[in-house]
Design a protein around this ligand. Structure first.
Ligand code: URA
Length: 265
């Protein structure tokens, strides 16, 4: 028996399925050019972004195009991320921070972008927020690198640890999109608003998004997405840790259901 994500969520009491606006589609610039945003449609379910037609037509000629990134293996992707100059964040980075963990993980956690320590060490979530993320993982029986991959919406540190701009996240999105396609996670957990904005194209408040399950489409695959608070936010707002715990419990229940469905299917 094979259930659709909507049926699965209804079955285990984790509906409603979150209906989303289509995320902004952005032409990935060649090196040195500024990213340009294309307006979002108001009506569609979230979809894996595809290239606008005009860009797709010339994609072959752009060394860093989305179409090119979409064909990369892990080594090529890491090299391309390390050398990327698609937005201004490359100017001040010590190094790009691609992500860390099991490249075939069931769980994919996505944060915002590297901070100072991550920029220095080349690994995501190694500072205070990272310690809390490790504790959050441990609370649901997970550990960094063990069936878990951790990535960020942008791979280079925004100066002063500011929130990445929409255009910066859009310029970096093909890398994240390719990571998702290579990992094929069973579940994605978005940590904070920047990750939600990047992956789902939704810039609403996090409080309104929690408790619902979105779907990320990777070709024919539909991957359930759970939204929770960013660990850095939780460090400043301790009472909201209880809500993050609720989200993690939902995510754990969802993962169990996805595994069970796959076992039966
Ligand atoms: N915050 C993030 O979102 N990502 C990191 O890698 C570190 C802090």
């Amino acid at each position: 028996m094979s259930l659709s994500p909507k049926e699965l969520l209804e079955e285990i009491g984790l509906s409603p399925l979150w209906v989303l606006r289509k995320r902004p589609q952005v032409a990935r610039p060649s090196a040195g050019e500024a990213a340009e945003e294309v307006p979002a449609s108001e009506s569609a379910l979230v979809e894996s972004p595809s290239l606008p037609e005009a860009v797709a037509a010339s994609a072959e000629s752009l060394p860093q195009s989305s179409a090119c990134v979409a064909q990369m293996n892990w080594d090529e992707l890491r090299k391309s991320i390390a050398e990327c100059r698609a937005c201004g964040l490359c100017a001040q980075r010590k190094q790009a921070v691609p992500g860390v963990g099991d490249e075939q993980a069931s769980w994919l956690f996505i944060g915002e972008g590297p901070g100072a320590e991550e920029d220095a060490r080349g690994e995501p979530f190694v500072g205070q927020a990272g310690k809390l993320l490790d504790a959050m993982l441990a609370a649901i029986g997970l550990a960094r690198g063990d069936d878990v991959y951790i990535a960020n919406a942008v791979k280079c540190r925004p100066p002063g640890n500011r929130t990445p701009e929409t255009a910066e996240m859009a310029a970096c999105f093909p890398f994240l999109q390719r990571q998702i396609a290579l990992i094929q996670p069973k579940l994605i957990v978005l940590l904070g608003r920047a990750a939600v904005n990047s992956v789902l194209g939704d810039s609403g408040s996090l409080a309104g998004l929690r408790g619902k399950t979105a779907v990320y489409r990777d070709g024919d695959r539909e991957i359930p997405v759970v939204v929770t608070y960013h660990p850095a936010y939780l460090l400043r707002n301790l009472p909201d840790k209880a809500k993050a715990w609720e989200d993690l419990c939902r995510a754990r229940a969802l993962m169990k259901a996805v595994r069970e469905t796959q076992r039966l299917g």
